[in-house]
Design a protein around this ligand. Structure first.
Ligand code: GLP
Length: 260
């Protein structure tokens, strides 16, 4: 796991945007992006929109899969992840809207819809770069504590804490759906590379567990310690409970440079 700590959330977002840019430019024939919703990636999306407008970064060869979706929320609801990703990112770049896919939260049979969605990711050849946030409970996607490390896309029930955390986006806490469709931990782990970003002090305990804690389904994000290509990009507040921050900075300052 590579850990990068930046002074501000804006600087951290630029590092995340760099990862996207690298993977897009190195796959001109077509790239599959894994997109996350929630507030964590929004600054990075804003930076990518800027690079698209001002620097010609093109997403024309990209397709995208979202991590998760609320069950029962219509696509038109501004908090559906279908709509959120369009409002905050994909409608402002040149990606083909038909290739921005997400689990079908309105399906009459969400269990079958979840399995179908999981298959569609595999059939598309998998995800080249997955961006993740992390919940205060240590969830990635909506894989709450005790999620199986080998889980696939499925229906989950949110913890009370996540419902409360996400209530800020809705008019009232009663409106937050308690059921969701989410890529499983096993599904997420198949992405070829992952960048996880977190900002703010409220994420510090979950971040510390994820990076330095024992691997356990109690903190689902700890499974990322088993992935060969994960970059964790933090602001100082989110990094504040890490024990080895000096070492992570030392690593960044002494990167191995290959001779030209
Ligand atoms: C949300 C999403 C996750 C997100 C996490 C953190 O509910 N399902 O994908 O990473 O919880 O949310 P936020 O980025 O808003 O803090």
């Amino acid at each position: 796991m590579e850990v990068i700590v930046r002074s501000t959330a804006e600087e951290a977002a630029a590092v995340v945007a760099d990862r996207f840019e690298q993977v897009i430019r190195s796959h001109p024939e077509g790239v599959t992006l894994g997109l996350a919703t929630g507030s964590s990636p929004v600054l990075a999306y804003r930076e990518l929109i800027r690079r698209h407008r001002e620097e010609g970064l093109s997403f024309a060869a990209a397709r995208a899969f979202l991590l998760d979706e609320y069950v029962g929320l219509p696509r038109t609801h501004e908090q559906s992840y279908y709509r959120f990703i369009r409002d905050n990112f994909t409608s402002q770049i040149d990606i083909d809207d038909a290739l921005v896919l997400s689990p079908d939260g309105e399906a009459t049979d969400p269990i079958a819809a979840a399995a179908r969605y999981d298959r569609s990711i595999v059939e598309a050849g998998g995800v080249d770069l997955q961006i993740l946030g992390i919940g205060a409970t240590g969830h990635i996607g909506f894989n709450e504590p005790t999620s199986s490390f080998s889980s696939r896309t499925r229906v989950k029930t949110l913890t009370e804490q996540t419902v409360t955390d996400n209530a800020r986006f809705f008019d009232s806490p009663d409106e937050v759906p308690i059921h969701v469709l989410t890529q499983g931990l096993g599904t997420i782990m198949e992405a070829r590379s992952i960048v996880l970003t977190a900002q703010g002090e409220h994420k510090a305990p979950a971040v510390a567990q994820m990076v330095e804690g024992p691997i356990s389904a109690r903190w689902p994000a700890t499974i990322l310690q088993m992935h060969p290509s994960v970059t964790v990009v933090l602001d100082e507040a989110a990094a504040s409970q890490l024990e080895l921050t000096d070492y992570y900075r030392y690593v960044q300052d002494n990167k191995v440079r290959l001779p030209h």
